[in-house]
Design a protein around this ligand. Structure first.
Ligand code: NDP
Ligand code: 2IT
Length: 449
């Protein structure tokens, strides 16, 4: 329940305007609850209408995406771009291709992206986009034709100083390549800075592929060190998902001395008590877009179980949910607490429901929210944009060093902010408040637009 009448009225307007957008309501409410800690200290936010402006996207674009499948049949999907905030930089955020994509999901993601991008310290606004297209089971040619149609329309709305999309669920190097090719074709210009996550041969940055998972582990490591005088060394780690974020979180957690024992996909999970052999996972997922089940067929001593939520019954010291939103509810969270975990850090966006976060915090478990914990991906996108502007490419070590520096600074910023605003150790409040203050002050300074 919100204490401030002003924030209550903002939330009432959000839920009345779009009563069906449940994921968006969830993301907004969490942020407003954090702002409750500061709103009395900053009366100008209410006087200037900052919060009600902040929760409404600057622009929402919706368009049809017709394409022809391999049987010659016309398929029509829906495409979107939610350009949420450009207060501190051009719109920036990923594209998601998944059958569950709708406006509620893209608005929650775009909204969180504003604060996440602010926390990176780089000049990027917030956006998200995508389509209800399902790349799973499609041929490369079908994916190419879909991406070309999608970009034919999207190209009118983006640009290196306007809006810079990247990948997310269902959008990786293959899709970004097709999207970039079509942008170049329809605009007749080589503007490398219009997309991030590009291939290395055409303006991509080293470390962008690894960045979200690596960044998640750098932040978790700093949190363990600062708040528990501890590290990944010797810890059992469970990671959900087996996509881009999960794979490179597994790689870094292992390099830092942890033992990752489980991964999942939307069908089920694998458990390997000896520690996941990442080269086999990479061969399955990156080599031939296979299912995680195949791991158990190839690695003696490992098991596969149907149903992706069961992964959280496996006891662990560190839990890194890296699949999708609302995967962990209050009941699952209690199991994680009961099994003795010491830390949870969100690699996916909003994988923990509010009751789950509550259970972690009251159970004394360290909790790092997504907008801080997974900011390494977009931060490295920011570094890709910098390199594109310079027409230069840094080495792997240089980008990795900068990524690590950004995540360490980000952690201390949210940790100190939580303390400053009377909620020591509450990194949810720290992230929401620190991210918001910068954007709100930019909005105040620039006037109502
Ligand atoms: P990928 O498409 O590479 O992988 C997604 C993984 O999550 C797959 O294992 C997939 O399983 C699983 N998954 C997706 N949807 C569902 C669902 N509805 N139920 C259960 N499992 C599901 O995506 P990413 O790894 O890039 O993204 C994972 C999460 O990380 C997302 O929340 C994304 O928003 C977030 N993120 C990504 C960043 C990036 O740079 N890529 C940056 C910051 C956050 P299956 O194959 O069965 O669908
Ligand atoms: O959720 C995210 O931060 C991303 N999908 C990455 C966005 C980006 O622009 O790199």
């Amino acid at each position: 329940m919100l204490k401030s009448d002003y924030l209550q009225s903002v939330y009432a307007q959000v839920t009345t305007r779009d009563p069906d957008q449940r994921e968006f309501h969830q993301a907004v409410l969490e942020v407003l609850e954090s702002l409750d800690q500061i709103i009395e200290r900053r009366p100008e936010y209410q006087q200037k209408g900052i919060v009600e402006t902040f929760v409404e996207p600057e622009r929402v674009i919706s368009f049809r995406v017709p394409w022809v499948d391999d049987q010659g049949k016309v398929q029509v999907n829906r495409g979107y771009r939610v350009q949420f905030s450009s207060a501190i930089g051009p719109y920036k955020g990923g594209l998601r291709f998944h059958p569950t994509v709708n406006l509620s999901i893209l608005k929650f993601l775009g909204f969180e992206q504003i604060l996440k991008n602010s926390l990176t310290g780089l000049p990027m606004g917030g956006a998200k986009g995508g389509s209800d297209f399902n790349p799973k089971g499609k041929s490369d040619n079908e994916v190419m034709r879909f991406c070309q149609s999608f970009m034919t329309e999207l190209s009118r709305h983006i640009g290196q100083f306007v809006d810079v999309p990247a990948g997310d669920i269902g959008v990786g190097a293959r899709e970004i390549g097709f999207l970039f090719g079509q942008y170049r074709h329809v605009r007749g210009t080589y503007a490398a800075g219009v997309l991030t996550g590009k291939g290395l041969s055409f303006g991509g940055s080293l470390v962008r592929t690894e960045a979200t998972g690596y960044g998640l582990c750098y932040l978790t490591q700093e949190m363990l060190k600062t708040m528990r005088n501890d590290s990944f060394e010797g810890k059992t780690v469970v990671i959900s998902g087996s996509g881009n974020v999960a794979i490179f979180a597994t790689e870094k957690a292992t390099q830092l001395g942890g033992k990752v024992v489980a991964l999942s996909d939307s069908n089920g999970f694998i458990h390997d008590p000896e520690g996941i052999k990442l080269e086999i996972v990479k061969d399955i997922k990156l080599g031939h877009r296979g299912r995680i089940k195949e791991y158990a067929d190839r690695v003696p001593g490992s098991t596969y179980t149907e149903g992706f939520r069961g992964i959280w019954n496996i006891p662990c010291d560190i839990a890194l949910p890296c699949a999708t939103q609302n995967e962990i509810d209050g009941e699952i969270a209690k199991v994680i607490v009961r099994n003795g975990a010491m830390a949870v850090a969100e690699g996916a966006n909003m994988p923990c429901r509010p009751e789950a976060i509550q259970a972690f915090q009251s159970g004394g478990i360290l909790f790092a929210p997504a907008k801080a914990a997974n900011a390494g991906g977009v931060a490295t996108s920011g570094l890709e944009m910098s390199q594109n502007s310079m027409r230069y490419a840094w080495s792997f070590e240089e980008v990795d060093r900068r990524l690590r520096g950004i995540m360490v600074n980000l952690f201390h910023n949210i940790y100190d902010t939580a303390e400053e605003f009377g909620k020591p150790g509450d990194l949810v409040v720290g992230a929401n408040v620190a991210g918001f203050l910068k954007v709100a002050d930019a909005m105040l300074t620039q006037g109502l637009i």
